[in-house]
Ligand binder design. Structure first.
Ligand SMILES: Cc1cc2nc3c(=O)[nH]c(=O)nc-3n(C[C@H](O)[C@H](O)[C@H](O)COP(=O)(O)O)c2cc1C
Length: 209
């Protein structure tokens, strides 16, 4: 089993403080590794190494035939290629997903923009779009200051289901840590509930392996 972990918080996790989504994603991956000795882990930390946005120069590079790209264009496309290769190689993807202003972070958006590549990760056919990244399991760990589950304010879950599904990743499970900014008791309840879910997932993955 090859596990790809994506950290997308604006803040890092170190010395027992900082990003809650990275902290919980770390815990989930460590539980998966314990349940599956021999599994491999690839970490893409978009906090310490943010991916560039999809801008005009990037689109120019992507739409220039490979053999006609300038060295700068080749280097820019290679940055996206590296993310795509990591994702193609993964059996399990663990996403750390903070809520920032009701959406995903710009880091996670940039990653999704990079891995959505026509004819590589999705294709249009006469029957419509087809996702090419099939056979993967995705766990998305959602961290929020407030409570949004099953409410119109939760733009993340429908967006991620649509976007990941478009690329062929239809098996997506969400772990919620909500109410993290609603006082110490609510924070403890949120982390306890997320950890219970993580423990359940690790058992299920261990049985499936
Ligand atoms: C700039 C900023 C915007 C935020 N926007 C929201 C929001 O729209 N809704 C919400 O429930 N929490 C919001 N929060 C709280 C975060 O979701 C919460 O701190 C969460 O732990 C972030 O994940 P992280 O710890 O991995 O960075 C915001 C926090 C910051 C710093």
């Amino acid at each position: 089993m090859n596990i790809l972990q994506i950290n997308s918080s604006a803040r890092s996790w170190s010395n027992g403080q900082g990003s809650q989504s990275t902290r919980l994603a770390n815990e989930l991956v460590e539980r998966l590794l314990a349940a599956n000795p021999g599994a491999g882990r690839t970490m893409r930390d978009l906090t310490s190494n943010p991916h560039p946005a999809l801008d005009e120069a990037t689109l120019g590079a992507l739409f220039t035939p490979a053999d006609q790209r300038t060295p700068e264009q080749q280097a820019r496309v290679a940055q996206d290629d590296a993310l795509i290769a990591e994702l193609q190689a993964a059996d399990v993807v663990v996403l750390g997903v903070p809520m920032i202003n009701f959406g995903v972070t710009s880091q996670l958006k940039n990653w999704l923009d990079a891995v959505a590549r026509a004819r590589v990760t999705f294709a249009y056919t006469d029957k419509g779009p087809v996702g090419l990244l099939t056979g993967k399991k995705v766990y998305a760990v959602l961290t929020r200051g407030g409570i949004h589950r099953n409410q119109p304010s939760d733009t993340q879950v429908p967006y991620l289901r649509t976007m990941l599904g478009f690329l062929g990743m239809t098996d997506v499970e969400f772990v919620y840590a909500e109410g993290l900014a609603m006082g110490p008791e609510a924070e403890t309840r949120a982390l306890d509930s997320a950890r219970a879910e993580i423990a359940r997932i690790a058992v299920a993955e261990g049985v499936a392996a």
